[in-house]
Design a protein around this ligand. Structure first.
Ligand code: ATP
Ligand code: MG
Length: 305
């Protein structure tokens, strides 16, 4: 998969509801695609909470240069060999990358050594740092960066972890996206957020028509998250899942639900650097991620512009 042009797909992980598993799924599916399936994967962290960046950096022993100025940001147990990168989403959004200088890409993309995985790290307090940018620069930043640098030729999958709020960052993520994936927890009212998201997507398409002329923006599907393996046959959870699968919003919009749900795994909560693909969670989580990622790949192969 690593040779030649890649015809990459850009996919946003998005839901206006917080804590549904957007970041965890971006990381787990992204890492599985790169680590076991040998795809070239770029993760983009556009959430000012930077959970994805923290998690990947902790795992691979890296820090952003700004963190050095403020040592308290660095985990106490991180070793002295902590390696530094200046890559940051801020440079992408501010258009600080010069095309004539290829090494400038290092200010945006951090290639994790000895892996097929790269990341555009997020920036804590991004709202504050980008407050002087006009909204159209902000909203076009990722699109232009991908386009100017032909990143779709270099990566098979570009996965964007979105914030739970609606803002210019949401539009910045949707503009370059071919697809969006919606993680949903099996809870009462969880589909209200999906309804709102569909409206946001429609509105984004309408107000940015030129961006969606040559390229679709399709809902890849709902992924039901955080389902406990031992409870998934119990009536309580089954009813909630049924309610999601049969909801009017999905029928009206022709949205599919992934057949594989994302199972609960308590290690995800206790260890930020945990990755299912390299774990020994052979009984539930590992086979679950294998199938979920397979399903993900198959939907992204369906015909689309
Ligand atoms: N399958 C899972 N099993 C156990 N815990 C999970 C699972 N998925 C996510 N979590 C935990 O739930 C919390 C929220 O998950 P995550 O950060 O991925 O959600 P999010 O949608 O990105 O949140 P936000 O809206 O704040 O960005 C985290 O503590 C995470 O570790
Ligand atoms: Mg998140």
């Amino acid at each position: 998969m690593s040779e030649g042009k890649h015809n990459g797909k850009v996919i946003s992980f998005i839901n206006m509801k917080g804590g549904v598993g957007k970041t965890t799924l971006t990381k787990e599916i992204g890492f599985r695609l790169a680590n076991s399936l040998n795809y070239k994967v770029l993760l983009i962290d556009i959430d000012p909470q930077i959970n994805l960046t923290q998690s990947i950096f902790k795992r691979f022993g890296f820090a952003q240069s700004k963190d050095l100025a403020n040592k308290s940001n660095i985990e106490e147990n991180s070793d002295n060999n902590l390696k530094i990168t200046e890559a940051s989403i801020q440079n992408v959004l501010e258009g600080n990358i010069s095309l004539s200088n290829p090494t400038d890409l290092d200010k945006a993309i951090f290639n994790i050594p000895n892996t097929n995985l790269s990341i555009i790290p997020g920036e804590f307090g991004l709202e504050f740092l980008t407050r002087n940018l006009n909204s159209s620069n902000l909203e076009n930043g990722i699109y232009n960066f991908i386009d100017d640098n032909n990143l779709k030729d270099q990566f098979d999958y570009i996965l964007i972890d979105c914030p739970p709020t609606y803002s210019s960052y949401t539009i910045a993520a949707l503009k370059p996206s071919n697809y969006y994936v919606v993680p949903v927890k099996p809870e009462a009212y969880s589909m209200l957020g999906v309804d709102m998201l569909e409206k946001v997507v429609d509105e984004t398409k309408k107000t940015n028509k030129v961006y969606f002329k040559d390229k679709d923006l399709k809902n890849l599907g709902i992924i039901i998250t955080n389902v406990k393996a031992k409870e998934k046959e119990k009536p309580g959870i089954l009813n909630l899942i049924n309610d999601i699968e049969n909801s009017r919003i999905l029928k009206e919009n022709g949205i599919r639900v992934f057949k594989n749900h994302f199972l609960h795994n308590s290690s995800l909560q206790s260890d930020m650097s945990y990755l299912i693909d390299t774990s020994n969670a052979e009984k539930y989580s590992k086979p679950n991620l294998v199938k979920l990622t397979e399903e993900f790949v198959s939907y992204t192969r369906e015909d689309t512009k």
